[in-house]
Design a protein around this ligand. Structure first.
Ligand SMILES: NC(=O)c1ccc[n+]([C@@H]2O[C@H](COP(=O)([O-])OP(=O)(O)OC[C@H]3O[C@@H](n4cnc5c(N)ncnc54)[C@H](O)[C@@H]3O)[C@@H](O)[C@H]2O)c1
Ligand SMILES: [Zn+2]
Length: 359
């Protein structure tokens, strides 16, 4: 039976439907003027199976990668839609991961100042995280996510069996964000994440469906309080201050969500140095949840203090002189500081290096 949750938004409320079958595709046929935009890899993998019924309809198959998450790809969608005489009554149905979501969501939000948009996420990150929150982002020149809109889809359909074909790197990246959201969700959800983890790694559909639902309900509580990212929503960036730095020091060799896992380990080390988190809590989180979520062995130069600090200084969320860090207390309350010192970064890195060498 499909499970539904409703996301409240000042722009429009929308339903998330979790469906183990692809029956939902049939329900989309109610939209007479519709066009599907499909990630080229997803189409290659599913055109003869789960998505076979779409072969007879209008589809735009879009190759996606981070370099193509830009205005040129949006223009390509506009052109194809206009060539097919799309009007204001169009429904655009996007099927793919976070990259396709950002490109096609931006197109849907701007064409005719917004057309009806439905999203079918196919990666773990898109199912458990990016499909709610209403952000669409494009890269511009060398700046990531510089351009964007707030535009939630009118409906999201999550079909977890799509995750069977995701490559290990993208899967491990999504799992990092799933674990981050469970940690933000509190001690109960954290314990549950540790229990679900071995089954999620085996891609057990039931365990993944529960992990996805938990993640979405935790993110939901933040986005309904702070839909337009003016305050509390920044706490969802737990692990990202160090994580973004590690993506840069590794020259993007480490998948995003895996960098976030190391970022959370480092953040907990600082929290423990500052007495915000007990060291026994930090150790148990490392042992029971964070190291079991990590599948990437970092190279020593990725963890070099001078390199990491240089990247953290460039963090776009930084406003004062000090470095920004989001930390968690023992009771999992979140806290943002902007006075992190180089010495603290150095100590946190030194403390973690030995554990990370033994992965
Ligand atoms: N809009 C938001 O709120 C938001 C939030 C977080 C991240 N993002 C963005 O999302 C992007 C990353 O998205 P992602 O992690 O979903 O990756 P992705 O969309 O880049 O997909 C990763 C790879 O997996 C392929 N793929 C997709 N589904 C598949 C499937 N079921 N089986 C096999 N292969 C499949 C894709 O073709 C691609 O090669 C980043 O650009 C990031 O900035 C957006
Ligand atoms: Zn992230």
């Amino acid at each position: 039976m499909p499970v539904t949750m409703t996301i409240r938004s000042r722009l429009r409320d929308y339903d998330i439907v979790m469906d183990e079958s692809v029956e939902f595709l049939k329900s989309l046929e109610q939209f007479a003027h519709r066009c599907y935009v499909i990630d080229a890899n997803v189409w290659r993998l599913y055109a003869d199976s789960a998505l076979k019924s779409l072969q007879q309809f209008q589809t735009i198959v879009l190759p996606v990668d981070e370099e193509r998450k830009c205005l040129d790809s949006v223009v390509e969608i506009y052109q194809q839609l206009i060539a097919r005489s799309a009007k204001r009554n169009l429904t655009l149905i996007s099927i793919g991961g976070g990259t396709l979501q950002d490109i096609s969501g931006f197109a849907a939000s701007t064409l005719y100042r917004g057309v009806n948009w439905i999203f079918v996420p196919t990666t773990l990150l898109a199912m458990a995280d990016s499909c709610i929150g209403g952000k669409t982002s494009l890269n511009f020149q060398r700046y990531k996510n510089l351009i964007g809109t707030f535009y939630p889809p009118s409906k999201v359909f999550i079909h977890a069996p799509f995750l069977a074909t995701l490559n290990d790197s993208d899967f491990s990246s999504g799992l990092g964000e799933v674990v981050k959201l469970h940690l933000i969700g509190g001690p109960g959800k954290t314990t549950r994440a540790a229990e679900l983890l071995p089954r999620m790694w085996r891609r057990d559909t039931e365990a993944l469906a529960e992990g996805i639902q938990n993640s979405l309900s935790i993110k939901q509580s933040y986005i309904t309080q702070d839909e337009f990212d003016e305050g509390q929503r920044i706490m969802l960036n737990f692990g990202h201050c160090f994580g973004h730095a590690l993506e840069t020091t590794s020259d993007f060799e480490i998948p995003h969500g895996q960098a976030i896992v190391i970022g959370m380990l480092l953040s907990n080390n600082v929290a423990c140095q500052r007495g915000l988190m007990s060291c026994s809590r930090s150790e148990s989180l490392r042992k029971d949840l964070l190291l079991p979520t990590l599948r990437v062995k970092p190279k020593p130069q990725w963890l070099d203090t001078a390199n990491v600090v240089e990247c953290m200084r460039k963090d776009k969320k930084r406003t004062g002189d000090g470095l920004v860090l989001i930390m968690m207390r023992d009771n999992h309350d979140m806290l943002k500081v902007d006075d992190l010192t180089v010495q603290e970064v150095d100590r946190a890195l030194a403390q973690e290096k030995e554990f990370l060498e033994n992965i």
